[in-house]
Design a protein around this ligand. Sequence first.
Ligand code: AMP
Length: 194
Amino acid sequence: MLGPVGSGKGSYSKVLAKEYGFKHLSTGDLLREEISSGSALGQDIKNKVDAGEFVPDDLMIEMIGNRMEGDCILDGFPRNLKQAELLKDIDKVVFLDVPDEVVIERLTQRRMCKKCGRIYGLNDMPSGSTCECGGELYQRDDDKEEVVRERLETYHRLTEPLIDFYSEKGLLIKINANDNFDIVLERIKEALSL
Ligand code: AMP
């Protein structure tokens, strides 16, 4: 899944993985797990993530490489050309296209569950600050507006070149992701012949 922060990579990946039995690998989730473990490595990662920067490629490649098995949906990886060049075995790249203004609005309004990781937007936010599973909802530090702008800048500079990279290989599927969740999900399924 390729796309700017807030394009829905995580949400669509989760649904597709559950429905079709793919293994969902989210580098963002793996990094957040390491951060919550309280390790020294986690603290280094947090400093980078909270600044809207990428964590080092070597670390990312090790984390994801150890976990890739069977049919996977990669969510948040690769995020730059170096990572893409190392990832050989890839069937399709779904590019979720959403304009920057929409990303900024979506991300600064979204909340995540501390317990199950579920993400809520303005349209499906439960009343009170509690997830359906009972977990507390919070705003990720990297979803604050100034960090979102940094993350977008990083995306345009380092990740966007992957659009041409995969397009030239004939692997890219561009999806207009500036619509409601179910419509976009159907577009993805149709484009992947699922
Ligand atoms: P995400 O949840 O996918 O938005 O990822 C949150 C943050 O984790 C990103 O803003 C980056 O700082 C970091 N991150 C996630 N995936 C990668 C990756 N493949 N390479 C480098 N940094 C990453």
